[in-house]
Design a protein. Structure first.
Length: 152
């Protein structure tokens, strides 16, 4: 783990399918911290699937660049990440069980932002308002995480 204020080489955001939350988080992080490499993946993703249409539309509306397609989290992705930021405790716990060597680098977005009880619910299948609510949560927590790291 890097010391506070030292930029990592790579941050990985993780959710379930890598079609909504983690791609939106990747795009928000890239906007706020462009000097740091960022990617996203899903613990149950079908690699190559398109982002949800609602997530894609919201990213376009905000002028943010997300990934083109979903990716399943791999051992290589875990190994290359200095920070592995999960949307829920379930994601965190599952990754820590599969990749115990990375346990100290795996946190939830809420933990990273200083709000350890906060989890990001899955908007998949929800309406535009649900995606916008999730985007607001992501923007707030990611800014807090970046600030806590001293990367601003």
């Amino acid at each position: 783990m890097k010391v506070r204020g030292e930029e990592p080489r790579h941050v990985l955001f993780v959710c379930t399918g890598n079609t909504c939350r983690s791609p939106m988080a990747e795009a928000v992080f890239r906007f706020h911290c462009p000097s740091v490499s960022v990617s996203s993946g899903g613990i149950a993703a079908v690699s190559g699937s398109e982002l949800s249409s609602a997530a894609k539309a919201l990213l376009e509306k905000k002028g943010l660049q997300g990934p083109k397609a979903s990716r399943m989290v791999t051992e290589e992705m875990i190994a290359s990440a200095d920070r592995i930021v999960c949307m829920t405790k379930g994601h965190r716990d599952r990754l820590a069980a599969f990749y115990p060597q990375a346990r100290e680098r795996i946190v939830t977005l809420g933990e990273w932002a200083g709000e350890p009880e906060k989890e990001i619910s899955d908007p998949f299948g929800g309406g535009e308002e649900e995606y916008e609510r999730v985007m607001r949560e992501l923007e707030s927590l990611i800014r807090k995480g970046i600030e806590r790291e001293g990367w601003l």
